[in-house]
Design a protein around this ligand. Sequence first.
Ligand SMILES: C[S@@+](CC[C@H](N)C(=O)[O-])C[C@H]1O[C@@H](n2cnc3c(N)ncnc32)[C@H](O)[C@@H]1O
Length: 207
Amino acid sequence: MTATYPYSELQAKLGFGQALPWTEHWSAAEDFLLLIADHCLTQKPASILECSSGLSTLVLARCCQLNGRGQVLSLENGEEYARATRENLAAFGLASHARVLHAPLSHQQVDDREFQWYRPDESLPATIDMLVVDGPPGFLQPCSRYPALPLLRSRLADGCHVFLDDAARDDEKEIARRWLGENPALNHQYLDFRRGCSVFVLKGKSA
Ligand SMILES: C[S@@+](CC[C@H](N)C(=O)[O-])C[C@H]1O[C@@H](n2cnc3c(N)ncnc32)[C@H](O)[C@@H]1O
């Protein structure tokens, strides 16, 4: 049975002229996408980094188009998903607002632990104003998305907002706990969304 299209509000809000491409269990939920769209439209970040690509990339790119400023860089470990997102960006006339980087997962050392995470790339922006963390997939390893903050921390601008999807899961709760313990300069708000959402705001780089 085909699920009912769940993105009508988002499509209308952002003025997409056609239905959005989505996958039932993999695309971010509409509440999360509306939240990051609202943030992007009101704060107009110049530099947006996203861990994982897909519908969220289209949404962020569309917001940058509407804002008349901002660029999205999306890290995607799956080559086929990177290709599909690029094709969708082109089909929606958004290719100039977002770049999808095929970033295979590789061993990354974080303190004394090893993770599979996106291979760092010299083309990562020096300054990130908005970070959206919806990958790598949780089934790969415990706390799959934990490396995002320790590995990107030095690039996050003061006031950077970090959006962690799927925050209702035990792993993401543990990630939030660790990030907050390791970064006193983070403010945190948990939103009781369909899959849970944690929003972190970096206040003061030196703390
Ligand atoms: C939660 S998904 C990312 C969703 C994306 N942020 C969006 O809103 O569409 C995390 C990762 O799962 C992988 N993925 C996406 N669709 C998939 C599928 N149908 N089956 C298996 N893996 C998938 C991709 O590598 C993607 O980066």
